[in-house]
Design a protein around this ligand. Structure first.
Ligand code: SAH
Length: 254
C-alpha cells in the first residue's frame, strides 16, 4: 500500500470540535506524530503507534513523518486548532520543498480544523464580523520590532486583531508592550476579549477594554481578540455582553 501523510487539525477543545474528516483521518492512521499534549487528546486505537515530540521540534517531526509515510505507512501528524494556522502544515510544506524529490509525489492531505480565534469569537458574539487579521505574538520565529510594526499597521488600518501565542514564561513582557502600543492607536473603550482553554473543561472567557486589559489574564492557552474602533458591546441583563463588529464599516450603508 502506498504511504500517505495527513496533517490533521484537532480543533481547540474536545471532540465536539473535531470534524468528521479529521476523525476519519485519525482512525485510518498506522502512526501518529505530534506534540505530546495534542496526541493525548486523540483516542487510542489498537495497532496505532504514537510518536510524541516536544513543541519546538516541528521540522524534525515533519521530517520523521514524511520518511515514515514514504516507507508506505498511513501517517497522521496532529495540530491543535487548524494545522495551517501557526502550526504543522507549513512545517510539512517546508520540509517537502527542501527534501528529496520523492516527497513531492507523496499523497499529502491537510485536514482543516476549527482555529482558536473562531472558537473564542463564537463565545463572545461576533467580533470578527468585519475585516480582521491574526498575528502570533511569539518572537521565537521573527524579531520583536517586526511584531510592533505589524501591530501598529493592523490597528492603524482598523482591523480587529486576533493574537495567538500571547504569553509564555520565556516571553514575560511582550504582551504588556503590545497592549501599550495598541492603546496609542485605539480608543480606550475598545473591547478586548481573552479566551483561555476554550472548548475544554477549564475554559475561561474575559471581556474587558483596552485601557483595562491586564496581561496577567493571559497564558499560553489564551487567544486574545482586540476589537477595532467599530467593535461594539451590547449589555444584556443577567447574561454576558455580546461583542460584535458590525458588517458594514462606519459611513457605509448596507
Ligand atoms: N493551530 C492552532 C494555533 C497554534 S498556536 C489553532 O489553529 O488554533 C497556539 C496558540 O493558539 C495558543 O498560544 C493560543 O493563543 C491559541 N489556542 C490554541 N488552543 C486554544 C484554546 N482552546 N483556547 C484559546 N486559545 C487557544
Amino acid at each position: 500500500m502506498s504511504g500517505r501523510l495527513a496533517v490533521v487539525g484537532l480543533g481547540p477543545g474536545d471532540a465536539r470540535w473535531l470534524t468528521q474528516e479529521a476523525d476519519a483521518a485519525l482512525a485510518a492512521a498506522d502512526a501518529l506524530y505530534g506534540y505530546g499534549p495534542y496526541l493525548d487528546r486523540v483516542p487510542s486505537r489498537p495497532g496505532q503507534v504514537r510518536y510524541p515530540s516536544d513543541n519546538r521540534e516541528e521540522s524534525a517531526r515533519a521530517t520523521a513523518a514524511l520518511r515514515h509515510a514514504s516507507d508506505g505507512a498511513q501517517v497522521a501528524i496532529v495540530s491543535g486548532g487548524d494545522p495551517g494556522v501557526f502550526a504543522m502544515a507549513a512545517a510539512v510544506c517546508a520540509e517537502i520543498e527542501a527534501g528529496p524529490q520523492a516527497w513531492r509525489t507523496l499523497d499529502v492531505v491537510i485536514v482543516p480544523g476549527v482555529t482558536a480565534m473562531l472558537a473564542v469569537a463564537a463565545r463572545v458574539g461576533a467580533p470578527l464580523g468585519h475585516d480582521f487579521c491574526a498575528l502570533s505574538l511569539s518572537d521565537n520565529l521573527k524579531p520583536w520590532d517586526l511584531i510592533e510594526r505589524r501591530l501598529d499597521a493592523a490597528a492603524g488600518a482598523g482591523f480587529v486583531i486576533a493574537l495567538y501565542n500571547p504569553m509564555s514564561r520565556a516571553r514575560p513582557w511582550q504582551l504588556d508592550a503590545a497592549f501599550d502600543r495598541l492603546r496609542q492607536r485605539l480608543p480606550a473603550s475598545t473591547p478586548v476579549m481573552f479566551g483561555r482553554a476554550v472548548g475544554r473543561s477549564n475554559e475561561t472567557v474575559v471581556v474587558t477594554t483596552i485601557d483595562r486589559a491586564d496581561p496577567a489574564t493571559a497564558d499560553m492557552a489564551t487567544l486574545i481578540i482586540v476589537g477595532s474602533a467599530e467593535t461594539r458591546t451590547v449589555a444584556r441583563p443577567g447574561r454576558a455582553p455580546l461583542v460584535y463588529t458590525p458588517r458594514a464599516a462606519q459611513g457605509v450603508s448596507a
